[in-house]
Design a binder for this molecule. Sequence first.
Ligand code: NAD
Length: 280
Amino acid sequence: MPAQILDGRRIAQQMRRKLRAARDALGPRPIRLVSVEVGQNPAAAVYVRNQQRGATEVGIEMEARNLPLQSTETQLLAMIRDLNHHPEVSGVIVQRPLPPGIDPRVVQSAIDPHKDVEGMHPANMGAILYREPTMPPCTAAAAQELALATGMDLRGAETVVVGHSEIVGKPIAVLLLHRLSTVTVCHVGTRRLVDHTRRADILVVAVGKAGLVHGDMVKPGACVIDVGINQGPDGKIVGDVDFASASAVAGWITPVPGGVGPVTVAMLLRNTLRAAGAAI
Ligand code: NAD
């Protein structure tokens, strides 16, 4: 039987409805989210548009600022300091990629952790080792939400996360570990990837290589969460998982686009409302 589709657009829409109610409960004061981009990147432009659309629906005012490509790290840090002190700004996002010469870690660390709605300040990243923090990293929280949406019991499930980056793979592994999943993390040094992926009840792939995981690497009935975003030769966006072969074997699968991406944006909006004081 072909896999059930984990429809990220539908799940994100349900989340936005709940977020709207939480936002309304905060009263008429404006809730502001500021996005800062250095230079102009077509991929970032798509993210910003999606974030703005979601923000409007939920009742968050999102302002997109652009600094010229030649801007220095010092100039970007000065803008962040200003936003940190601005009483009406609840959340700050810095869009990636940043131009060479600007260190993303320095920039992320400069954002006030209470306004770090992407959940990537070291304080928020570190907090996930203890528990799920108020502002978890958005993509990791989205992957977890999609796994929960299957209704599977995560406790004791064999979970394999392919990819061990700071912003995606590692936080996903830790969040699922908190659910008492038995988590294996695979990465560029893993010897025989297939030996691990074939054991997985929950397989999360976050690498950035189109077609890395094929159906013959998937356990029948597994939940496959594809975080990857890659541009195919025809310009189309594809994930890291070969959807046609994997969906014939898996029990659940996220499409790309329309899987992890929309839920990630919903998590960003949830973090923004939490930063503004909403209990959601
Ligand atoms: P990254 O380049 O920082 O990390 C890639 C990871 O893949 C590393 O841990 C590396 O060890 C591992 N890897 C590389 N080759 C491998 C191989 N052959 N076998 C096993 N592991 C291998 O990338 P990232 O920032 O973690 O992003 C990963 C993907 O997720 C990208 O496609 C990115 O665009 C996408 N992404 C999606 C969202 C979303 O919201 N949907 C958000 C962030 C990133």
